[in-house]
Ligand binder design. Sequence first.
Ligand code: SAM
Length: 263
Amino acid sequence: MSWRDRVFCEDALEGLARIPDGEIDLLIADPPYGLGKDYGNDSDKLDNDAYLAWTEQWIDAALPKLKPNGSLYIFLTWRYSPEIFVMLKRRMTMLNEIVWDRRVPSMGGSTRKYSSVHDTIGFFARAKDYYFDLDAIRIPYDAQTKKARSRSIFVGAKWLEMGYNPKDVWSVSRLHREHKERADHPTQKPLEIVERMIKASCPAGGVVLDPFMGSGTTAVAARRCGRQFVGFELNPAYCALIEQRVADLDPISTQTSDEQVTG
Ligand SMILES: C[S@@+](CC[C@H](N)C(=O)[O-])C[C@H]1O[C@@H](n2cnc3c(N)ncnc32)[C@H](O)[C@@H]1O
């Protein structure tokens, strides 16, 4: 049976061997952040050195799976992004540090330092000719901006119709308990973010690899965007959740959402 369009309920470090080298268009990695979260296993309970050693291990197992024009997005926090970005910069070209502003409301938070309200996303490519479809992720100008540019010199201006290039600060609400997209996973990422990555960085019909599937956001997003997926997840309860989320996608919902990431 093919490894495509499957999520294997196993350790990514072992499972990656199932995938031949050079077959993956896009790698989206959302590993445990090293902050002690409970994923029903000990995967987020490593000390600093062990966490960084494990990170280097999975990076070295996953990167050879990428095609020569493939790329990688990695979700992190400020806690370990400096060390992990250095690791990746030794192996790839860094294109962006994207700040995901989780739109956390101003209540409480840290009292002896600033409250952290963003995740850090690294965007890396294997080579200069990496795949990137800017037109697929342009953000339409709002009616007010278009109106302000209604003078004759702007009429028919292509850029005005096509929308603008997203910036490197993405302002998207985290998934609240009441959010309709929310599944039973503590660090589920919004489809809006993952779909932008896929539309920009994986050609139609291509394959997205996610070594740490969690609730299966990457699998759902890939299917909705008409791409293939493959991934791994340690926790059997999350594996069942992924299967359910993918099965719940009917042909209508496999069209991409028209929601836009701001930024
Ligand atoms: C940050 S969460 C991923 C969340 C996911 N992006 C989503 O939107 O639901 C990380 C996941 O990796 C899983 N995990 C940790 N170590 C793993 C390993 N070695 N192999 C496979 N999965 C692992 C955890 O059980 C957890 O569900």
